[in-house]
Design a protein around this ligand. Structure first.
Ligand code: BMA
Length: 380
């Protein structure tokens, strides 16, 4: 099967070929045939991380989980004291809960988005105990310049934090805080709660200090492995790892140029947003092409496939959920699709509907689809 997919890949990636590849992979997935699936990439993964990994594989036969970033902490016009915009609009929580740890390395109480880390911890535990799946992103600070993730003023940041670099000690201090946070996320029995960690994302773009034009291939892969090894050495074995590039990669070689290795990755995917610039036709074509490249690789290596981040800011298209998003994720064995956050303090920065928002009705229709999985669908 993978041979056939490879032959198709050699052909130009037309929408037809892309859909054909998707169809073949869907058949493989729905027949429950996993080509290579060895368990989590961490040999010392906790029982709960192994269970999460197995759950991912069995759920992918049932459909695509819907995820929302920061769903429980705030919404379009509330912070802390709400339920989740998704739940209020559609009657159920997302199946996948995204969280963001930006600025945890500074030892502050609040994240870059003004959220208490203690609330993030509580939210992760709550979601896990309700049967949801947690995924954590990290817009880490630039320890060389003192700036944020988007500070690309220096091409030496990655080299500076690696062993022998001038900021090695500072980066280790950041990692100590990150490890301490992960180890502190425990359930009622004191067991570490399993989660997906998705560090150093969108690295095929150049808007973060770890981006393509800001460091070499070796520096990037070393940054990834060094970070993961550090966390593992500190005893963090409750995590699965997700590798997600920006969209727009040319081919498999480009996608894998900075891949840290099978021992450091469990889930593979990419981020892509529809926008005024990345308009409908362009977005759809780009996402189809990205899936047609990543999905065969995922299948061959036994990695889970995700649409790690997407959305259409302010959702100006009232049928975006059923007419644009669903056909894209329905064509491939995608484990989950996650839309970005509903900021409580930026009027137009939202990616899931809130009550009364124009796409709310279509979102309910999306939720009602057989293969779309919300929290209630993955816990029944
Ligand atoms: C970005 C935006 C920012 C936010 C960051 C981390 O895409 O939502 O406002 O700070 O994600 O959550």
């Amino acid at each position: 099967m993978s041979h056939l997919v490879r032959c198709l890949l050699v052909m130009n990636s037309t929408p037809f070929v892309s859909r054909l590849i998707g169809l073949l992979l869907m058949c493989v997935s729905l027949c429950g045939v996993a080509l290579a699936k060895d368990g989590p990439c961490d040999d010392e993964a906790t029982e709960s991380a192994k269970a999460l990994y197995e759950r991912f594989w069995s759920l992918r036969e049932r459909g695509v989980m819907f995820g929302h970033q920061d769903a429980l902490l705030y919404g379009h016009d509330w912070k802390y004291d709400g339920e989740s915009d998704v739940k209020v609009v559609a009657g159920d929580y997302p199946a996948v809960f995204g969280w963001e740890l930006g600025e945890i390395g500074l030892g502050k109480e609040e994240s870059l988005d003004g959220v208490l880390f203690s609330k993030i911890r509580e939210g992760i535990v709550w979601a896990h105990e309700k049967g949801g799946i947690n995924t954590v992103s990290w817009h880490g600070v630039n320890v060389l310049t003192g700036g944020d993730s988007w500070d690309t003023s220096s091409k030496k940041v990655v080299a500076s934090v690696l062993p022998g670099g001038e900021k090695e000690a500072e980066y280790r201090a950041v990692l100590e805080r990150l490890a301490a946070f992960f180890l502190s996320v425990t359930d009622a029995e004191g067991q570490a709660v399993p989660f997906v960690f998705r560090p150093y994302h969108e690295h095929t773009g150049s808007w973060f200090w770890w981006g393509e034009k800001l460091c070499s291939e070796d520096e990037y892969t070393e940054l990834w492995r060094y970070t993961v090894d550090f966390l593992r050495e500190r005893g963090v074995h409750s995590m699965l790892l997700a590798y997600s590039s920006a969209s727009g990669f040319r081919d498999e070689a480009h996608y894998l140029e900075r891949y840290p290795g099978d021992g450091y990755v469990d889930l593979v995917g990419f981020d892509s947003y529809q926008s005024k610039w990345n308009h409908h036709a362009k977005y759809v074509k780009g996402v189809e092409k990205s899936f047609s490249i990543v999905a065969p690789f995922a299948e061959e290596r036994g990695k889970l496939l995700i649409f790690a981040e997407t959305g259409y800011e302010s959702i100006p298209d009232e049928q975006w959920w059923t007419k644009t998003l669903w056909p894209l994720v329905d064509s491939y064995p995608v484990s989950y699709v996650l839309v970005w956050r509903n900021a409580h303090n930026q009027e137009n920065h939202f990616y899931a509907p809130y009550p009364g928002q124009g796409s709310a009705e279509d979102f309910r229709a999306f939720k009602a689809m057989d293969r779309v999985l919300f929290l209630g669908d993955v816990t029944e």
